[in-house]
Design a protein around this ligand. Structure first.
Ligand code: NDP
Length: 332
């Protein structure tokens, strides 16, 4: 029988020191199962929240870390016809435990991605670009020329929003936090197809009036941050627009001016990719067709993964340390 190395945790804690590299025996590959060799897996904010025990779904202990990643099929069960060795697959649901070298799973737990896209593109397609895609399609009927405003503009989701919106002909206003090397970041996002990149401070300045002379007020706002930043997005939305909250990076409640709800008829919604995937589990082609469209954008060079620092699996501490530090960054 085969075995794998896995990053396992048996308790929650504020840091990643609850993770242990363990050798696990793999079960035999059942009739409807596949054995995967994991090729690459990212560290997302939700992975950290799961380790900390603060995420709304928590896998039972002993748990393997990681929710996203790409694996290569290396063995298929006797009844499996939809996958062949060499295929690349990504998990359908959260809690898969991607931080391991190999895994045996049911065929229903993974979907295929083309293996002619970049490895990093495939490893990071299932969460952030899918979230961006759904938020751009499911809340407002956006047409070419419409505008979307978002904070966390440089987050992985924000970068996907910029690129998918550009492919749809939808204009984006992306809000970032000020920083010493701001111009470099602005240029990087503009190269991805961003139309306007502004700081949180600019949301309270005349810079916005100048922008709204060129593009219509946004029908859709995407809130990654919460707190005052989310509140400032609201004040720039068009009447009747929708603000979708999908992240709470500032760890502060959304500042919600009463006048926005009373006089401007703004709708507040939330989005959770995990729930969408669970709701559509009976209709797997919905996920498959979204992932295919996103992979087409990756192949065409119109959707690039966020800048990643690839780290060998056994140097996992570096990856986790880097992620935690990035989340604690203040810039001032
Ligand atoms: P990244 O790690 O790529 O980016 C984090 C972003 O948050 C950066 O833009 C960072 O800005 C910003 N940020 C961090 N701290 C603060 C703060 N105190 N105030 C303002 N901005 C801050 O994250 P992801 O794109 O992977 O995820 C972003 C958020 O979206 C997370 O909360 C994540 O959990 C959530 N998410 C939700 C999903 C859903 O289904 N609802 C799916 C995917 C992600 P800076 O560069 O200035 O530090």
């Amino acid at each position: 029988l085969h075995s794998c190395s896995a990053l396992v945790y048996r308790q929650h804690g504020p840091h990643y020191d609850t993770l242990r590299m363990e050798k696990w025996a793999l079960p035999a590959v059942g009739q409807h199962c596949v054995r995967l060799k994991m090729l690459a897996a990212p560290v997302n904010p939700a992975d950290i929240n799961m380790l900390q025990g603060t995420y709304p779904i928590l896998p039972p202990f002993p748990a393997v870390g990681g929710n996203e990643g790409v694996g290569e099929v290396v063995e298929v069960g006797s009844e499996v016809t939809c996958f062949s060795p060499g295929d690349w697959v990504i998990p359908v649901d959260a809690g898969f435990g991607t931080w391991r070298t190999e895994v045996v799973c049911d065929t229903a737990d993974v979907i295929k991605v083309p293996s002619d896209i970049t490895l990093l593109g495939a490893a990071t397609i299932g969460v952030n670009p899918c979230t961006a895609y759904r938020m751009l399609h499911d809340f407002e009927h956006l047409q070419p020329g419409d505008t979307v405003i978002q904070n966390g503009g440089n987050s992985a989701v924000g970068q996907a929003v910029i690129q998918i919106a550009a492919a749809m002909g939808v204009k984006t206003i992306s809000v970032i936090r000020d920083r010493p090397n701001r111009q470099d970041l602005v240029e990087e996002l503009m190269l991805m197809g961003a139309d306007y990149v502004v700081t949180e401070e600019a949301l309270q300045s005349s810079e916005m009036e100048a922008i709204f002379k060129k593009v219509p007020k946004p029908k859709l706002g995407l809130n990654c941050v919460g707190g005052q930043s989310g509140g400032l997005l609201l004040s720039h939305l068009d009447d009747g627009a929708t603000l979708v909250t999908y992240g709470g990076m500032a760890k502060k409640p959304l500042l919600l001016p009463a006048k926005v709800l009373i006089f401007r008829n703004i709708t507040l919604r939330g989005f959770w990719m995990t729930q969408w995937k669970r709701n559509t589990r009976r209709d797997p082609h919905l996920l498959q067709s979204m992932v295919s469209s996103l992979c087409d954008l990756v192949r065409e060079g119109r959707l690039s993964p966020p800048r990643c620092i690839p780290v060998p699996f056994h140097h996992y501490r570096d990856a986790l340390e880097g992620t935690l530090q990035a989340h604690q960054r203040k810039h001032v």
